[in-house]
Design a protein around this ligand. Structure first.
Ligand code: MOS
Length: 752
């Protein structure tokens, strides 16, 4: 019997937010009524707002300015552990131009960067000067900064209520001991990942403004609805009094999900001064105060028959998320491959640094580096083709083929096939490290899994005005992925219009409910709701036209801005003409229905990377990445491809460069800027080839599209690490694979 026991889920709140209401009332929709060919859906449509964005006309939170606006700034603790004895705001308040000051902290500070106090002043310089005048008395206490130090006996206790190490996940199925007994080959390896910082192009920022008891906040957020709810809770005011707006944002990877502490501060300062207050985090603050991807220190062990059949998989993982709980990293190991005997134990280790945050595919990214590294090393040990080893253990059901629900759609085999073809899989070293000379090339791959099924209950309204113009309203947001464009594409397709004919209103919490943009769920939530509204509008228009044309509604189609008879659509009536008769704007309410019950919904993918390693300097150059992803139906080829390019780039960056470095002695961050914290630049990014099987998931929703936000990020670091292994014959097993780590691994030259 399988047992699944989650002691604590660090993202419980996040997942609950993602699906707060469910949608029991909405009956599952029948299979897709997909016409033979779509004109816009699946085509390569340029972003409807692309011109606005590249010409600088799109308005970001950073761009907002009001005449009487004040600038808010936050004083942060320089100590990783200390008691705040006293805060004196007096000297700051006495500075001309300072309009308000707040105390934000009492008692124990547990990480350097925690909010201590805040000011609102007429300009940035005055606000900065005022922060320097605030007098804070601290009693400095010992801190602990590394996983190892925190686990050691006698380490300072980070949390008040709990030990430095807590069990965060415990899962088992089958009989792990029996699984290893049955194995002919057993391999155990330890993989590590570092702290990886959220560095969106636009740093975190909020502008807050009150009108009587009504609060409006412009926020660089992935979650207009979530921030509305969070602000209402934090300020103790009715949610209906809060409106959150986000027109455009310069990226968000998880740290902009839900309300942030500085946003509450902006609202409090605005209430106190009666003026709008803007808080923009500096790049430095953004680097060490808003979270990061927790680290992983993960020992994984596999048992297999000589033919590659897995008999056992085991994981013991210590993840470290500072004062927050780390990520559960076991899902890929539990889910991806057919294996009857699995055992997982995960621990969260606390240290005195900022709490980690959800970061693009939390847990799966780290867990995939470990699982897929192990699979690659196991293949080498067994003398098997690494891709064949994956195929040998292909699973058709949830929980590594041991669960009850079959996958609604799993096009991973197509991803394997297409990806292997496009990278030239046969060119890899048949034996890892088989090449010669200073520069060694290699090819590696990794599989990917991630939910991304979308949220039932998502709503969208489609309005047709009496001038014939069409508007879609949805309380979702575009975090840079092209949400406006896919909404326009779906509405246009359904109504026989062009994407540019559709006005799209999003990014406002007053609009019909949609989930936060996290968990790869925006497109599979929003697009089906828009499709539903547009189908209702189409039915209405067809009914009207049928009467006027004196034909059966079933004989009417929408095409080229006309509603007309199937036999000759050009004889139809202009939608614009029909709309003239509307007494008022006609509103059609769309809702995203439930998924067909009884199936497991996941996205799948496989990435293939080719690298060159300089064995003298330890430098890695990624030459090419092929990224094949089963995301169901592709809504817009251009934005889908751009999402993949972004995800692979981020994975490459983490694989080679990214690492938050803390100074153990002072407890502060050593590299809180983009000079010392390295990210991939255009010089590092190779040819990236996105590939989509593009098979609609007929059971998922009325369009059959799954999510894509996180999937391309998940296997990228692992595929690159495996390519390095294929090149040099030794697995580095720790990202970022800096030159020094590569050289150290080469020196060890242990056999596999
Ligand atoms: Mo994300 S971690 O779904 O922004």
């Amino acid at each position: 019997m399988s047992k699944r026991q989650m002691i604590e889920d660090p993202y419980a709140e996040y997942w609950a937010q993602a699906n707060p209401q469910g949608n029991p009332a909405a009956a599952p929709k029948p299979a897709l009524s997909t016409p033979g060919g779509f004109k816009h859906i699946g085509a390569a449509t340029p972003r409807v707002d692309g011109r606005m964005i590249v010409t600088g006309q799109a308005r970001y939170t950073h761009d907002l300015f009001f005449d009487d606006m004040l600038i808010g700034a936050i004083l942060r603790s320089p100590y990783a552990c200390a008691d705040v004895v006293s805060i004196d705001l007096g000297p700051a308040l006495a500075l001309p131009g300072v309009k308000a000051a707040l105390k934000l902290k009492e008692g124990r500070v547990r990480w350097a960067g925690e909010q201590i106090a805040a000011v609102a002043a007429v300009d940035e310089a005055t606000a900065e000067e005022a922060l320097g005048l605030i007098k804070v008395e601290y009693k400095v206490l010992p801190h602990v900064m590394t996983e190892e130090a925190s686990r050691a006996a006698g380490a300072p206790q980070v949390q008040e209520q709990q030990a430095n190490v807590i069990k965060s996940n415990d899962y088992s199925r089958g009989d792990i001991a029996k699984g290893f007994q049955e194995a002919e080959v057993v391999l155990e390896r330890t993989y590590r990942t570092s702290w990886e910082v959220h560095h969106p192009a636009e740093t975190h920022s909020s502008v807050a403004s009150w009108e009587d008891d009504d609060l409006t906040v412009w926020d660089s957020t992935q979650a207009v609805q979530g921030v509305r709810d969070g602000l209402a809770r934090s300020l103790g005011i009715p949610a209906g009094r809060v409106r959150v707006i986000k027109h455009y944002m310069g990226g968000g990877f998880g740290s902009k999900l839900g309300v942030n502490d500085y946003t509450v501060v902006a609202a409090r300062l605005a209430r106190e001064t009666g003026r709008p207050v803007k808080v923009v985090l500096t790049r430095r603050e953004n680097a060490f105060c808003v979270g990061y991807r927790p680290s992983m220190h993960n020992t994984v062990k596999a048992g297999a028959k000589k033919d590659g059949t897995l008999t056992a998989l085991q994981m013991t993982n210590y993840n470290c998320g500072g004062t927050g709980r780390g990520d559960r990293c076991s899902e890929p190991l539990v889910e991806v491959y057919k294996c009857p005997n699995v055992k997982v134990e995960e621990y969260s280790v606390f240290v005195n640094t900022c709490p980690s945050r959800a970061t693009r595919a939390p847990g799966h990214t780290q867990g995939t580096l470990a699982l897929e590294g192990l699979m690659e090393e196991l293949a080498a040990k067994l003398g098997l083709d690494p891709l064949e080893l994956r195929r040998k253990n292909y699973s058709g059901k949830e929980r590594g083929d041991t669960g009850t629900a079959a996958y609604s759609l799993k096009a991973l085999e197509q991803c394997y096939k297409l990806g292997a073809e496009k990278i030239g899989w046969e060119r890899r070293n048949k034996k890892p490290g088989a090449g010669a000379g200073r520069f060694r090339t290699g090819i590696g791959m990794a599989s990917q899994i991630w939910p991304g099924a979308g949220v039932p209950g998502t709503r969208a309204d489609l309005k047709i005005y009496s001038d014939g113009s069409v508007e879609v309203e949805c309380g979702t947001q575009d975090i840079g992925t092209g949400t406006r464009t896919h909404i326009a594409v779906v509405a246009a397709e359904t109504l026989g219009l062009e994407p540019k004919d559709i006005s799209v209103e999003i990014g406002n919490s007053d609009l019909p409910w949609a989930p936060n943009s996290g968990g790869s769920l925006t497109a599979p939530s929003v697009a089906p709701a828009v499709r539903d509204a547009a189908l209702k509008a189409a039915e209405f228009l067809k009914g009207l036209a049928a009467k006027k044309l004196n034909v059966a509604p079933a004989e009417v189609v929408l095409e080229n801005k006309k509603v007309g008879p199937k036999s000759d659509p050009s004889k139809g009536l202009e939608i614009r003409e029909l709309a003239r008769t509307f007494p008022r704007p006609m509103v059609f309410h769309g809702e995203r229905a439930d998924n067909t019950p009884g199936f497991a919904y996941q996205t799948f993918g496989a990435q293939f990377a080719e690298v060159e390693v300089d064995t003298e300097t330890g430098k890695i150059r990624v030459k090419k990445v092929v990224a094949a992803h089963d995301i169901g139906r592709v809504l817009n080829r251009l934005t889908a491809e751009s999402q993949v390019v972004g995800g692979v780039t981020q994975g490459l960056s983490a694989a080679l460069f990214e690492e938050k470095v803390m100074d153990e002695a002072t407890g502060t961050m050593v590299n809180p800027n983009l000079h010392d914290y390295k990210i991939a630049t255009v010089r590092d990014i190779p040819e990236i080839v996105p590939v989509f099987p593009d098979v609609p998931d007929e059971r998922l929703n009325n369009l059959g599209n799954k999510g894509l936000g996180e999937p391309p990020r998940i296997p990228a670091s692992a595929a690159i690490a495996n390519a390095v292994f294929n090149a040099v014959g030794v697995h580095v097993r720790e990202i970022p694979m800096t030159p020094s780590r590569v050289l150290a691994a080469l020196k060890k030259k242990e056999g596999v």
